[in-house]
Design a protein around this ligand. Structure first.
Ligand SMILES: [Zn+2]
Length: 466
């Protein structure tokens, strides 16, 4: 299907139409039209006419954004929001009370439904690509649990980067200890990674499916020799690498205690720094750590909502950006964010760093770049991240007709500066319409809801009340 979007204003790449600023805003130019052919943005200009059975999309009263790219998520947590035992806890107690308690008991059907829910939430907030840090692995795990995540993304039509987590030692992993289950061996992990790679991974710049090597924790539950083996495997097959790091001080303390070195130096010793690596959080990164990240071109997924919710702190992303690091944004799991909204992350990042560092710390335009272009660059998905001729058509139209936008003189940036709630009217991914008039086409939400309710009953039978 080919489309012509008429009367579009929004976040368009600077080279699209002559402008001196990095992004074009409504005040800088008249609306334009965007032609989408064979999945690609083929023409941008004024007064374009419908040709060759194109379908018209009227963007009047909308703003158009490149599909946002979430670089850190845990879709398995979409049904674990607001668990009372973890509501007022910091990371350590929260991990024990929430994800560790539940994850070994999530079956394939519940995983499919919770992934569908999480992806739908992301889509509603303008995201078209999700990096899911999926960690539900142990020695005897069924492959169907991971397959459910791939299937959910296929059914909804979003791009999925599956960051394949897991652990190879119990270490301080209370989830493995408490669940009485054995971690995978590194050989098992690599064998299973390889099965997924041959089945799902696409290497091209316009990939709909990507596999990433992503042990859940560098410091606590994967041995140094295993980390080295995983890094070697990833680099042999040009797979990106991802993990959690320095979310709280515990990583640094444990690294010094167990490995006699700082967490970031330990990562470097294990081959876990480089332009093919990104870490979620890095809240406790020191100036020295930032220098090493910048030198090695390691990136961050900044997750402000989750960091606030767990009381972890605020990642020093302004210093990171000034050092040349690539900043991207993630929502983290909904068990520590209570929603999955990329717009919330953009809005909070914009507010938080201005609050701490002053009004010139960052701008809304820069934040949009973190949530789109920077993430595409990190992932090597060069076909997406910008609205520009030749790029894949991952575009989002936010509906701006609601009275909450009346009187806002920066309509183009309103989704970021006014934050939630936003409403998406239309979403295209790779030129395929997956949201039409606010309705997600690929899923039946009523069916998802009743299946989720049944899945939660099964979960309760195994773990007791929430
Ligand atoms: Zn996480």
């Amino acid at each position: 299907m080919n489309y012509l979007i008429k009367n579009a204003t929004g976040i368009l790449a600077s080279s699209t139409i002559k402008t001196t600023s990095q992004f074009q805003s409504k005040s800088e130019s008249a609306p334009c039209d965007i032609r989408i052919s064979q999945g690609l943005i083929s023409e941008i200009g004024q007064g374009l006419e419908l040709i060759n059975n194109e379908t018209l999309i009227d963007a009047t009263n909308c703003v158009i954004y490149p599909g946002l790219i979430n670089t850190h998520h845990h879709l398995a947590q979409s049904v674990l929001k607001g668990i009372p035992a973890g509501l007022n806890s910091g990371l350590g107690d929260w991990l024990a009370a929430v994800p560790y308690r539940f994850w070994p008991n999530i079956d394939a059907q519940l995983m499919y439904d919770t992934a569908t829910l999480g992806l739908a939430e992301l889509l509603r907030s303008g995201a078209t690509t999700c990096c899911d840090h999926h960690y539900l692995y142990h020695e005897s795990v069924s492959p169907e649990v991971e397959e459910a995540v791939w299937q959910a993304a296929t059914d909804i039509g979003m791009r999925l980067v599956l960051c394949r987590g897991g652990a190879t030692s119990i270490g301080s992993h209370k989830g493995l200890k408490g669940g009485g289950i054995q971690p995978e061996t590194v050989e098992q992990m690599i064998k299973r990674l390889d099965d997924s790679r041959s089945r799902y991974h696409q290497a091209d710049a316009n990939a709909m499916r990507r596999l990433v090597v992503a042990p859940t924790s560098l410091i606590h539950s994967t041995k140094a020799e295993d980390l080295k083996a995983l890094a070697a495997y990833a680099r042999r097959h040009s797979l990106k690498m991802h993990s959690h790091l320095l979310e709280v001080d515990f990583d640094e303390r444990q690294s010094r205690l167990l490995h006699g070195t700082s967490a970031v130096q330990y990562a470097e010793e294990c081959g876990w720094l480089g332009e093919d690596v990104w870490f979620a959080h890095l809240v406790k990164a020191s100036a020295q750590d930032i220098d090493l990240f910048a030198k090695t071109r390691t990136s961050i997924s900044h997750c402000p909502t989750s960091n606030c919710r767990l009381g972890s702190g605020v990642a020093p992303v302004i210093a990171m950006e000034n050092s040349g690091m690539n900043i991207t944004l993630g929502v983290d799991g909904s068990a520590s964010a209570e929603n999955a909204s990329m717009i919330q992350e953009l809005n909070l990042a914009w507010l938080l760093h201005r609050s701490i560092h002053g009004p010139e710390a960052t701008s809304a335009e820069q934040i949009v770049k973190w949530g789109s272009q920077n993430a595409a660059k990190l992932l090597g998905l060069d076909a997406i991240g910008e609205i520009k001729v030749g790029k894949a058509a991952d575009v989002v139209l936010f509906d701006m007709s609601h009275y909450r936008y009346w009187g806002n003189h920066s309509q183009t940036l309103a989704p970021v500066i006014a934050g939630e709630p936003v409403e998406v009217k239309t979403v295209l991914v790779n030129g395929r319409m997956i949201v039409n008039n606010g309705e997600i086409k690929g899923i039946d939400l009523d069916k998802t809801q009743s299946s989720l309710i049944q899945g939660l009953v099964r979960l309760k039978e195994k773990v007791g009340n929430f």
